[in-house]
Design a protein around this ligand. Structure first.
Ligand SMILES: C[S@@+](CC[C@H](N)C(=O)[O-])C[C@H]1O[C@@H](n2cnc3c(N)ncnc32)[C@H](O)[C@@H]1O
Length: 216
């Protein structure tokens, strides 16, 4: 159930149709670039037995692949219920249903939606949320060991794209908008919560960053 303080209308953008297309793409060609890099970073037993919280999980494909790489279980949270059916089908096909829990809602507004996990992932999520500081503060509070996130690079053409998508989103009566947050502000929010940058790389128009807990 959504609360009064959660952004509305994400289900008009991240619909069941989008989810079906994402699931078809995943069946055809596997993970997209940023999640694929995350799985590569955790290969060779680096995630054995660890729990994962995937925030803004979409169809949950990253979680599935991290389970295959050795993670113990996954909690997937997403603001849109549009992904639920496609995610459940993929889970059943993979025979991993007992190892994933799903919740619908805004983790920033409802931190209790998920328990802390060893690894917290936010792939292309802060760019879909206006109050990145609040979302990352809550996500960092859930990260026992690592937090991995990808976010758009701060370029003029991505800022232009962001403005166009936000105008279009108003027509669709949704609070969703594509936002290019300054990298400095994103990393500062995480460092304030005891995480520090241990890996960063460019992935096309996005940056992938891994932060590691230095204090509790
Ligand atoms: C662009 S999609 C990315 C989905 C997936 N992570 C991927 O890489 O394919 C962003 C997702 O983040 C979700 N989202 C944005 N802010 C969120 C929040 N505060 N709590 C939970 N989900 C959120 C949206 O509903 C959307 O499904």
């Amino acid at each position: 159930m959504s609360s009064c303080c959660e952004p509305q209308g994400y289900d008009r953008v991240f619909t069941a149709g989008v989810a079906r297309r994402d699931a078809a793409r995943y069946r055809r060609s596997g993970l997209t670039r940023d999640p694929r890099r995350v799985v590569e970073l955790y290969r060779s037993g680096a995630i054995d037995g660890e729990s994962v919280l995937d925030v803004g999980a979409g169809i949950g494909d990253l979680g599935l692949e991290l389970l295959r790489a050795g993670a113990s279980h996954v909690t997937a949270v997403d603001l849109s219920p549009g992904y639920d059916d496609a995610a459940a089908t993929l889970l059943a096909e993979a025979g991993l249903a007992g190892r994933v829990q799903r919740a619908v809602g805004d983790l920033a507004a409802r931190p209790d939606l998920a328990a802390p996990a060893d690894v917290v992932a936010l792939m292309k999520v802060v760019c879909c949320y206006a109050d990145a500081d609040r979302l990352l503060t809550v996500a960092a509070g859930h990260a026992r060991r690592h937090l991995v996130l990808s976010y758009p690079r701060d370029t003029w053409w991505l800022r232009l794209f962001a403005r166009a998508t936000t105008v279009a989103a108003r027509w669709r009566r949704t609070d969703w908008g594509f936002v290019v947050h300054p990298e400095r502000a994103l990393l500062a929010a995480l460092e304030r919560e005891g995480l520090h940058l241990t890996h960063r790389e460019r992935t096309g128009a996005f940056t992938l960053a891994v932060l590691t807990r230095t204090r509790v």
